[in-house]
Design a protein around this ligand. Sequence first.
Ligand SMILES: C[S@@+](CC[C@H](N)C(=O)[O-])C[C@H]1O[C@@H](n2cnc3c(N)ncnc32)[C@H](O)[C@@H]1O
Length: 258
Amino acid sequence: MFSPAWYQSIAMLDSRLFRSATKLKAMPSMRNIAKRAIRQAAASLRGMRYRGEPEKLVEKGYDEMAADYGNWTLHHQRPDRAKYTELLMQNLPEGANLLELGCGPGDPTTKTLAQRYNVTANDISEACLAIAHENAPNATFIKSDMTSLEFPANSFDAVVAFYSFHHVPRERYEPLLQNIANWLKPGGVFMAAMYPYDVDNLVTGDWHGSTMYWSSFDEARTIELVTSAGLKIIEQSKESAIEDGKETTFLWLLAARV
Ligand SMILES: C[S@@+](CC[C@H](N)C(=O)[O-])C[C@H]1O[C@@H](n2cnc3c(N)ncnc32)[C@H](O)[C@@H]1O
């Protein structure tokens, strides 16, 4: 066990390192060498500070870069986002009750969905939710870890999670998917963009300038978890897009509660 003073020192260093890394943005010549080293040190330190609490790493990271992530999303529109939003709308009548998990800053997805549906949007990051509220003022927002949410059975016609599951620890996938199936009305639909690779408790130092936590299963295990929760796959495809010069692939799923 570490003393409170130890935790206080780690917290102070963590904040200082984040500020140093941010200042380096203004010094292009230093960028390649120093930025990476400082960010890696910041990631290790933050990993220590929030050891055993990955949801806090995620919350702090998105609180720091909510606006940056929001702008980036708008300038890096992946074709799969629009394609699957359209598919969802074809399968879900107007006025339906929809729950969005990990809504982020809410543009374009929450904003688009809230024009058509009765949207309850959730995120763990207060900063993301503040922006999302401006983008989709008629949605209802809940700040919470999605794995701690509670709703009565049969509450929603649809539950969606666009690019958010890969920040949830692997051991929480199964109970979360079971909750989702339980919250859905019979015939209700689940749509998600999942990262289809084996990633276990990874902490990196430069997701939009912040430390971030990643966790996911390969495609076969992801499908197994979804179907064993009582969700029948209607549509599934791996979709790739270039993000910041790198090909990134997500597994898109549309499933229905049996
Ligand atoms: C990559 S962003 C995706 C945001 C948005 N869905 C989109 O399509 O752009 C991931 C979002 O999931 C949220 N998130 C990650 N883990 C979460 C958790 N356990 N509970 C609630 N939100 C979470 C993050 O705060 C972040 O806003």
